[in-house]
Structures are given as C-alpha cells and as structure tokens.
Ligand binder design. Sequence first.
Ligand code: AVJ
Length: 319
Amino acid sequence: QAVKKERIYYYEQHKVIDTMLDDLHQGLSKPQKALSPKYFYDQTGSQLFDQITELPEYYPTRTEIAILKQHASEFVDLLGKDSILLELGSGSSLKIRILLEALKPKIYVPMDISKEHLIASAQQLAEDYPWLEVHANRVDYSQSWEIPDFGPGRYNAFFPGSSIGNFDPEDACKLLSQVAKLVGNNGGLLIGVDMKKDSQILEQAYNDSAGVTAQFNLNVLNHLKQRLNVKVEPENFQHKAIYNPELGRIEMHLISQQDQTITVDDQSYTLKKGETIHTESSYKYSVDDFHQLVARAGFKPEKVWVDDDQLFSIHYLKV
Ligand code: AVJ
C-alpha cells in the first residue's frame, strides 16, 4: 500500500528481513572468510563511498557521468519520451538527473534498500522537477522482491555505477532476469558496466593513495560492532585490493595482521596472521563478456557506448 505526499509515493511490497547476524556467522564459518559488500553502506560507509567517487584514481564515476552527458539525446531516441523510468539502487545519485532532464518521464520509480535515502532523494527530486511523480520502492535484491504495477506504458530501468559488478555472474544473471520481467515486453535496461583493463589501473582505483578505500573497507567492521554484539579490533586488519584475472574481478580483502579472534555473541572465530576476510568482488566485463551474460538473462543488446580510453561502458538492452 502506498503512502502519498505531493507527487511522492512510498511502497514496501515485501518484508525486508534483517539477515546481518546470520550472514556474519555464515561468512566467518567459510574456509575463505567473507562478508557481503552490502554491509559497507552504513552512514559513514555511504559518505566514504561518495568520497571514493571523487578520488583521482577512481575513474568509474566521472567516466560514466561523461558518457551519460555526451549521449543524453541518443538515450531520448532509444528509450523514448514519456517512458516509466525505474532505477535500481538509486541512492542519492546525480546520474539520474541527467536522464530525467533529457527524458522528462512522468513517472520515476527509484528502488533502494534504505528508506531514509529513498525518501530524502524522492523529496529533493519532486521539488526540483514539478512535472515528476516519484514512486519510491524499498527493495532488497538479495530477497525475492516485487514492486507495484504502474499500468501500461514503456518501462525502462537504469542501473548505473557498475553495481552489477558486485554480484557473482550467476547472481547477476538472476538479477537481470528479474529486471527483464519487471520491464516486460518492449522494455529496456540502461546499465553502466566497468570494463576489463590493465590490472595496474584497476588496482590503483581500489588502493588509492589517500587511503579512503582502506577506510571504507575497514569501516565494515565498525558497522558490525555498532549493529551486533561483535568483538573485533579494526586496527588489527589491513586493507588490500587485488585483481583476479582468472575470474575477471577486483577482490577487496581485510588482512589479519596477527593471530586473533572475532567474537559474535558467544561464538569465536579465529584468524591466523595473514588470513583474510573477502569483503567485496567487483567484476569487470568486456563488451563481449557482458553481451554473453545478458543473453542468458533474456536481454538483447541494442547499443553500447564506451569512452575513448575504453575504461567504462554503458549498455542499452532490450527484452
Ligand atoms: C559501488 C560496487 C560499483 O565496485 O567499484 C568502490 C564499490 N568498492 N571502491 C565498485 C567500491 C571500492 C563500487 N561499486
């Protein structure tokens, strides 16, 4: 059921279950200890991520924005005016503004896990664009989710930032299949995808010289401590990001600097010196790699834009 407030609607179509404690136990029980990157984004983590996007070494955000600005009029031709525009993981992104201003859709449907983020950005957008209706949906992609039907029309989804890279290919495929169902026949998806490239450029982007990415990675431990009964010393860990060429992904790890234990309620997990917790994967795709993935999800490639340095791609896919 929707709560309405001056061109702003808010929906929670499924129960968002908090699985943080279960996820933590599961992740620390694995031979390669792991945490989901979704736990980076508490308030501090979201602020640190915003700082990352402005680092000289972190090329994806500025490159994607440049491509979006450069080709805005082409998006209008392809996506059509008057479409219903959905956005996955909307956050407080500026990127959507480029599309909204070009397409002038009647309906914008941001989807995000964070209620506060959703409402704050819905309010700002409804204020800035008096012609726009904002239908904010709280969605957790890791659970089975749905959103209301907005009636007949041309549905297009926007999924920027190479956030798709956080999912293992199998999960990425499942998520994209769900998006294909969501936009339906004649629907489309405009998606930003970071590309394979020289591993030095990649590793620098995730090991910046100012140490912001290190803070971002280590902050996941503070987030756990704040939300759960966890005993862990973030000072005993060090950040590292490495490119794994076999799997085509950047891996972020927290390296244990000594033998130590992490305690969750009354359960202890031991870490040897040098052992790591895998906190994030960020998959990189050539245009061909990505075309193969989306075909399995039921999408047909319609057009792709790449910057001159071949750092970042934006794909328009059709169902
Ligand atoms: C938000 C998942 C696209 O993988 O580049 C940035 C997150 N992690 N620096 C990425 C991130 C470390 C980012 N994504």
